[in-house]
Design a protein around this ligand. Structure first.
Ligand code: PLP
Length: 395
């Protein structure tokens, strides 16, 4: 008998994927260069050449047993050490190699970290707007995902609503900063307030409440700034990172969980991750990719194009009268649609070959997301189409 749960999921397909598929089909008709596809967050810049060189060097010089052999269950020691040292240097932390658990991207990191601290019947709270894949990530492990409505003023946390949702059943808070889809980073003030609420609630409930900090966009921050490092604010934090965006390696499936050394049961956490791997049939990322990333740990792709695109799009949106919060990072922007129904708005945009994604699936109806990880030349042409769309349909 096939699984009812997975069969039901076929009927609840990702809206983002549907728009992306439409963009592909339309591209086959008119040429993909003429489709202004803002649907997917696939990095548009190449991995740094140092990464490619490291791969070649390793392939040419290391024995096959090391390159292609099983990774140790808890990860390649070189990779773990490199990540720990890099985080310590950048954020003044005190990670040791044993606090780092390599995973298949941020998705794998979240799957492991969440299972370490939450189980059947527990509740995990997240904040809208949020990455829609959190729903299957969390609900499928038997925990329940609760969503706090967005604070659409500035996309910081809606604390009043948050305190209404917190309860004894809360095992963890899942946050994503810099955020997909809003492009906003939580400020130090927001993180301090979140930490102090959680500390008080831990006391009151007599159990830990962990922060699962989803950070694939940590390196994509604009205006020469750095996003506050969540784990600095709260001991019981498991940071879930990915090199998918910072090194443009989404297909390589490499990321990690970094366990705050001062969190409860810190010494156990990576060992638990190893057991989660066993329980879910996961294995560490490929040995080769762990070794290669360890060699370029402090590098990123050249991501200047994302900031350039953001400024062009933001200025145009403001000129056209959109309500929009200026992103502080990522490659997403999340303006308010020009009519209440963002799906209707995005459908109308298709007539102009603009592929925009409605905010409903991010838990924020009335808004839409543009993923601007595309060439600037295409952004410039897309803005001409956007101008025409808005002036024809809404004036
Ligand atoms: N979390 C967020 C907010 C994302 O945007 C993504 C991917 O786009 C992921 C997690 C998953 O990242 P990865 O592909 O590295 O598993």
């Amino acid at each position: 008998m096939i699984s009812k749960m997975y069969k039901d999921m076929l009927n609840a397909r990702s809206v983002i994927r549907e728009f992306a598929e439409y963009a592909g089909k339309r591209g086959a008709e008119i040429g993909y260069e003429n489709v202004f596809d803002f649907s997917l967050g696939n990095p548009s810049v190449p991995a740094p050449k140092e990464f490619t060189e490291a791969m070649i060097r390793l392939l040419q010089n290391e024995p096959a047993s090391k390159l292609h052999g099983y990774s140790p269950t808890l990860g390649n020691p070189q990779f773990k050490k490199a990540v720990a040292e890099s985080l310590n240097k950048r954020f003044g932390m005190e990670y040791k190699a044993e606090h780092i658990f390599p995973t298949s991207g941020a998705a794998g990191a979240l799957a492991h970290a969440a299972r370490c601290v939450s189980g059947e019947g527990d509740e995990i709270i997240t904040f809208a707007p949020f990455f829609p894949e959190y729903i299957p990530y969390i609900n499928h492990m038997g925990s329940k995902l609760l969503v706090v409505p967005a604070n659409t003023e500035d996309f910081q946390i809606n604390f009043e609503k948050f305190e209404e949702v917190l309860s004894e059943k809360t095992s963890a808070i899942l946050i994503n900063t810099p955020n997909n889809p809003s492009g906003i980073s939580y400020s130090a003030e927001t993180l301090s307030r979140l930490a102090s609420i959680l500390k008080a609630k831990q006391e009151e409930y007599g159990h830990e409440i962990f922060i699962l900090s989803d950070e694939p966009y940590r390196e994509i921050v604009f205006d020469g700034k750095e996003a506050p490092y969540v784990s600095k604010f709260y001991d019981n934090t498991l940071s879930c990172y990915s090199f998918s965006k910072s090194l443009s390696l989404p297909g390589e499936r490499i990321g990690y969980v970094a366990v705050n050394p001062t969190c409860k049961d810190a010494a156990l956490m990576s060992l638990l991750c190893g057991q989660v791997s066993r329980g879910t049939g996961h294995n560490c990322p490929a040995s080769l990719i762990q070794m290669a990333v360890a060699e370029v740990i402090d590098m990123t792709s050249d991501m200047a194009v994302y900031e350039k695109n953001m400024n062009l799009i933001y200025d145009k949106l403001v000129e056209l009268g959109f309500t929009v919060v200026r992103p502080g990072g990522t490659f997403y922007i999340f303006p308010k649609a020009l009519e209440e129904d963002a799906s209707a708005f995005c459908k109308k945009a298709l007539k102009y070959d603009l592929i925009l994604v409605p905010g409903d699936s991010f838990g924020c109806p009335g808004f839409f997301r543009m993923a601007y990880c595309i060439d600037t030349e295409k952004v410039e042409r897309a803005l001409v189409a956007l101008d025409k769309f808005v002036k024809t349909e809404y004036r």
